[in-house]
Design a protein around this ligand. Structure first.
Ligand code: SAM
Length: 239
């Protein structure tokens, strides 16, 4: 019976693809193509390509543009007052979000990094904090920048080892307001599907966090562009 339903579903998918003149690719082949492209895209940064060669208005941005487009959609839909970003690097992602906030006329970015990088992009909506995202001092500074009724979104994109991300999840999840997002970046590491030898990373932290916290659901609709650097990583606060 299960086999019959499976073949029926396949036939319906094939029929739909013919109707809409889309190339027919079986679900298995589709998964394989996406996985291979994902690995090609990710690994190419070693040769200074793809996410190693991505800029927003001249600022280096260590993101996949497909995810940046999803960020744009979330920011437009949600209109957050405060976006907390752990992991500034060269400020490209902060500048990108600040530009989107300019376009919608709302929001500020608080971005944290252990490194004090010179010549970060200057923007009236961006506040740079220097220190570890998991330190008490930094967390208190972040909290001081949030007003009582602010809508808050949080992005975890600093150190990617499991313990650090798990710690961040525990420290920052309470800042996220209901209906808003907690985005765990680079859940793709450790074979999900890239960099299989990375060791426990954001995906492992996320899975452990979801075992002890029921306030978030994984919003798979944000993975609609086939490839994301953040599989399972778009968490929507539902409680
Ligand atoms: C992946 S990069 C951030 C990329 C940036 N968000 C972007 O999309 O362009 C990670 C950054 O996290 C910083 N970092 C590492 N450990 C950290 C920590 N404990 N607290 C804050 N930042 C940290 C690193 O210095 C590095 O610049």
């Amino acid at each position: 019976m299960v086999g019959v339903i499976h073949s029926l579903k396949k036939e319906i998918a094939r029929f739909r693809d013919v109707i809409y003149s889309r190339i027919y690719i079986s679900p298995e082949a589709e998964k394989d193509i996406v996985k291979k492209f994902h690995r090609l895209y990710f690994d190419s940064h070693r040769f200074g390509k793809t996410w190693g060669d991505t800029f927003w208005l001249g600022a280096v941005t260590k993101k996949c543009p497909l995810d940046m487009w999803v960020y744009q959609e979330i920011i437009h839909e949600l209109r957050p007052d405060v976006i907390v970003e752990c992991g500034t690097a060269l400020g490209g992602s902060a500048l990108f979000m600040a530009t989107i906030c300019d376009l919608i006329g709302n929001g500020k970015i608080v971005t944290i990094d252990t490194k004090k990088t010179p010549n970060l992009p200057k923007h009236k909506r961006i506040k740079y904090l220097v220190g570890s995202s998991t330190s008490k001092e930094v967390l208190n500074q972040v909290k001081d920048m949030i007003k009582k009724r602010d809508k808050v979104m949080v992005i975890l994109d600093s150190a990617h080892n499991r313990d650090h991300v798990f710690n961040e999840l525990q420290l920052y999840n309470n800042l996220v307001t209901k209906g808003s997002y907690l985005i765990v970046e680079d859940t793709q590491l450790n074979g999900h599907p890239v960099y299989p030898k990375y060791g426990p990373g954001p995906m492992e932290a996320l899975n452990d966090f979801l075992k002890v916290n029921n306030d978030f659901m994984i919003d798979k609709s944000k993975e609609k562009f086939y490839m994301t650097f953040n599989p399972r990583g778009y968490l929507k606060k539902v409680r």
